[in-house]
Ligand binder design. Sequence first.
Ligand code: NAG
Ligand code: NAG
Ligand code: NAG
Ligand code: NAG
Ligand code: NAG
Ligand code: NAG
Ligand code: NAG
Length: 682
Amino acid sequence: MHAAAMGGDGCTCRCACACTPRRCPAAARLLSPLLLAAVLLQLLLPLAAAAYPQVHAHDLRSEDGPEVRAEQGVLRGVWVLGAAGTGIKFAAFRGIPFAAPPVGPLRFKAPRAPEPWEGVRDAVAEGPVCPQGQPDSAEGVLGDEDCLYLNVYVPAASLAGETTTDAPATTTTTMSPEEAVNDTAPARPLLPVLFFLHGSGSWFQRGSAGALDLGPELLLQHDIVVVTPSFRLGALGFASLDSEGVPGNAALKDALAALRWLHGNARAFGADKDRITVGGHGSGAALAHYLTLAPAAAGLARAAILQSGSALAQWAYTQDHVRYATELAARIDPEAARLSNDTQDVEDVLRNATVAQLLRGHAEVTLARPHRVNFVPFVPSPERRLQRGLGHGLGEEDEEEVFLPHDPEYLVVKRPVPSLPILMGVTSQEALLRFCNLKWDLFPERMELYNTELWHLLPLNLWPSDDTAAVFNVSRPPVDHGAGGEDEQPPTFPSEVRDIADQVREEYFGGANITNSSQQVVELLNDVFYNADIHRLATRRVQAAAQPTYLYRFSFEGEYNVGRARRRLDRPGAVHTDEMGYIWRVEGLGQNVTADTAAALTIKRVTTLWTNFVKTGSPVPEPLELTELIPDAWPPTEADTLPKQAVMDIGEKMQLRVEPLGGRHMNFWRIEYRNLRNGGGL
Ligand SMILES: *[C@@H]1O[C@H](CO)[C@@H](O)[C@H](O)[C@H]1NC(C)=O
Ligand SMILES: *[C@@H]1O[C@H](CO)[C@@H](O)[C@H](O)[C@H]1NC(C)=O
Ligand SMILES: *[C@@H]1O[C@H](CO)[C@@H](O)[C@H](O)[C@H]1NC(C)=O
Ligand SMILES: *[C@@H]1O[C@H](CO)[C@@H](O)[C@H](O)[C@H]1NC(C)=O
Ligand SMILES: *[C@@H]1O[C@H](CO)[C@@H](O)[C@H](O)[C@H]1NC(C)=O
Ligand SMILES: *[C@@H]1O[C@H](CO)[C@@H](O)[C@H](O)[C@H]1NC(C)=O
Ligand SMILES: *[C@@H]1O[C@H](CO)[C@@H](O)[C@H](O)[C@H]1NC(C)=O
């Protein structure tokens, strides 16, 4: 497992698992061929440990838990004493069902309303994670299809019936709905809310809304309410046949249902439904961004925080969804797929499949394209069933709602929904872990392949998707990434694609071989997976005079950098997920806000900036009071600095810089993208 030195530029990139005991999944110790499979699947360790144990060591006695009346019935949560030196007392309501279980006939469908209940429902244990994992490894299948639950966390002092003393409150008695409305009218003003969608580590395939990774106390110290919903993952969350039975984007509709639930129930938790900020990390950031773009979600949130991801990311959209879902069915049941490729038969296969079959089939569809870097087939996709005549007319009962009528770039360009203030950014070395996972030192033939066929590394969204292409009157070249396995098809890359690959070789490698230039390869991956898209989005928002856009680059390196803490990396830089340890309590990271360290100061800084934004729509609101904690102003980026941007660098210092967010190659990408859009667009 110990990687050899990368050689060339003297950089070694050890990617051995350096996890804490809780985090060492047995699978990490298995050697090839499982290692090879894991490498090809390019899985990062998920943020949470494989088994997602529930650790609620800081719960106070649950029989004295706080009660609130939600629309479906009364919930009894639990009082918790915050860890990490915060000592803050808060109410946790865990595992609240915000939708009916999406099982049986509801698999793949938009979530349906949850059932009400009689009496008091315990909201003490978290819901199960949504299905994920590797069925044929030691890890196995994790989670349960019945997984649509969310957690609500409220500072104790803000919940009705609670006092600010340390003693747990006396039980509030169950209230009639009318009483509840007025009894829960808070002694203090309603609090603003952060509604946060978890990341994955492998783009929409994994992750958990639980407190193991998303412990809320660092944020709750700043007097906001925090909500963490789950949503379906992988094929269960994104498979689409553009049919009424498998309409696609189930996960996006889950996130929307959770947000609607919050809107309807916020007041009962002392939260303000008119001050909801949607946020997310990685693929969660992409989902949060979709919530700000989609007409179906308009008006529910008033701001967004996008950490290391957006709907524009190349990994956050596909219009080849029907092909991938059909391929998945063929992998699960080759017999049925041979008989017919009729939508109904394909649908039956997917609906009858076990979760293990779906996960295994998903892995096979991925493995069939070994050259695609971090290829993920099941991601958000356009809903075309009405155009294809496979849906009913709008408005029928039990009609599947359309979440995504157009590709995300079209939604950003055409703006059917008014823009919201957005705080967004990246870490300084986003893709370093992904680069390590490619293990080019163990598989030199991969490096050689990318060297001779650099076009495999071009971003998939360089050419616009159909709706955007129509706006700019351009057409996509017939790129086909092919497929391996039984239905082997060689990839096809026309000459215009090869030409752009040559330009990339010139820009990043001075026209030379990439084989021994691992630092430049990391830069290229940083840019094509994260930086270029966020840079374009920021530029577009400024040009369109959208609501304020606050940009950050997280470059701090300290003991709470989540990604670095789990891997032995001897290259500098903050990697994907690193900023999370300064916002959320992560089990096993040993955060301590009272320590006299730069890391503790960074927790205070980042949580102050983020919660200022949740409260006011600005991370450093006026009037400015600059202190050691917040030593610099953070204005939104404006047109007069383009193509540079106002970027808050969150490192040892906290300094506003005027630079292209994403670094020195951003101008190159901006020109490439614009050239392929007749000079318009992003
Ligand atoms: C790349 O580096 C390795 C080891 O440092 C060396 O053996 C090889 O010749 C180099 N290749 C090129 C093309 O420079
Ligand atoms: C609850 O309080 C509001 C004002 O806060 C008042 O308008 C309303 O009539 C009250 N409802 C009941 C049932 O007392
Ligand atoms: C699927 O059906 C279409 C026509 O509906 C046909 O053109 C295509 O060849 C079929 N594919 C397979 C794999 O049978
Ligand atoms: C799916 O299951 C149903 C009922 O269990 C069965 O009637 C049907 O033949 C199955 N379809 C396929 C394609 O396996
Ligand atoms: C779109 O482009 C084609 C050629 O690429 C041209 O013939 C056509 O007139 C253009 N349409 C519009 C509306 O500009
Ligand atoms: C890259 O290196 C290979 C040998 O590893 C060589 O055949 C090729 O010509 C080199 N290409 C460039 C552009 O230098
Ligand atoms: C946090 O750090 C302070 C000061 O260094 C120390 O007194 C305290 O015990 C630490 N708390 C935790 C939970 O580690």
